[in-house]
Design a protein around this ligand. Structure first.
Ligand SMILES: C[S@@+](CC[C@H](N)C(=O)[O-])C[C@H]1O[C@@H](n2cnc3c(N)ncnc32)[C@H](O)[C@@H]1O
Length: 312
């Protein structure tokens, strides 16, 4: 069961993004994998590896010591370990609930990974202790992104690489949110119809708790990114060989309503068959999006990725 999120907690967290992040993500920890169709199998391992390669360019040899910031339930680092890109790793996150969940997965997978609760703006690790730092969908939660990137460079050894993926672009976030809101409103209304309610409606208390948690989204989602500006922030933080790239246009236009629909209906109605079909559709749209990149501006795409090196 998710941790309770009551109105008092939400009110208190409203002016404090870090407190809101702990509350929101502790609440999400036990249901996060189902919400985002996260698994540690070939589907997600290929997804993580492809995002890494799309961001970093040529795949380098396996990294002996990797760190993830804002690791959540371990989606990125654990799947990169399964893909052979990471040999040993440390999962860090500001939410204790997320770290516990990630370590549970690491143990089940038998991977050489440890976990630490910690803020990405003050990573609880020694200088130059990592060959690779990764993050997925985390930079947009940091009040001070440049401080976070400076911390990344501090824990990297000279010549070490960082790879961030899955960050929302400024334009992409606008259409994704709008589509998500419409899908949520339509789905929660339609699934209340008497003919559908017994099988499709999610219990009201779950929707209420989910809406309260969703109210925090406005606080936890601090930034959206313009790819070029994000690259400049990394350069100011002291990185070299910096590159920002984008992915997902039609894949996001379809993907966000699909994800919102999944969160709004009784989860028992959708199984892995649904998840697999949704993933295949997404894969086809990604091929289309790659072709469209010749004519569509990069900033219109939804996902922003960032890579760079600590100077030698
Ligand atoms: C959108 S989730 C992504 C989780 C995971 N990386 C994934 O892609 O599934 C963002 C994660 O960042 C964490 N987070 C937010 N602010 C943070 C901070 N200041 N320091 C470290 N982690 C943070 C949250 O607790 C949450 O687990």
């Amino acid at each position: 069961m998710p941790a309770r999120v009551d109105a008092v907690d939400v009110a208190a967290a409203f002016h404090d993004p870090k407190r809101a992040n702990i509350l929101y993500h502790d609440y999400e920890a036990s249901t996060y994998d189902a919400k985002w169709s996260i698994s540690f199998d070939d589907r997600c391992t290929r997804y993580a590896r492809d995002r890494f390669i799309a961001a970093a360019g040529e795949r380098v040899a396996a990294y002996p010591r990797a760190v993830e910031v804002g690791a959540g339930t371990g989606f990125f680092l654990l799947n990169l370990a399964r893909a052979g890109i990471v040999e040993r790793g440390v999962l860090t996150d500001i939410s204790p609930g997320m770290v516990a969940q990630a370590l549970h997965h690491a143990t089940e997978l038998g991977l050489a990974v440890t976990g630490l609760v910690g803020d990405a703006e003050a990573i609880p690790l020694a200088d130059a202790s990592a060959d690779l730092v990764v993050g997925h969908a985390v930079l947009h939660h940091l009040p001070d992104v440049e401080t976070g990137l400076r911390e990344v460079l501090r824990v990297l050894r000279p010549g070490g690489r960082f790879v961030f993926a899955g960050e929302p672009s400024r334009i992409g976030d606008r259409y994704a949110r709008r589509l998500g809101r419409i899908t949520w409103a339509v789905t929660t209304r339609v699934t209340r119809w008497p003919a559908l309610a017994p099988r499709w409606a999610r219990p009201l208390e779950e929707l209420d708790a989910s809406s309260r948690a969703a109210a925090l989204e406005a606080v936890v989602d601090v930034h959206t990114f313009d790819p070029d500006r994000l690259a400049r922030a990394a350069l100011r933080a002291g990185a070299v060989d910096v590159r920002a790239s984008t992915e997902e246009l039609t894949a996001a236009l379809v993907g966000w309503p699909v994800r919102t629909f999944e969160a709004a209906v009784n989860p028992e109605r959708l199984g892995w068959g649904w998840a697999t079909a949704a993933y295949r559709t997404w894969q086809r749209l990604m091929v289309l999006d790659a072709a469209l990149a010749r004519v569509v501006p990069a900033a219109w795409y939804y996902n922003v990725a960032l890579t760079g090196l600590r100077p030698e």
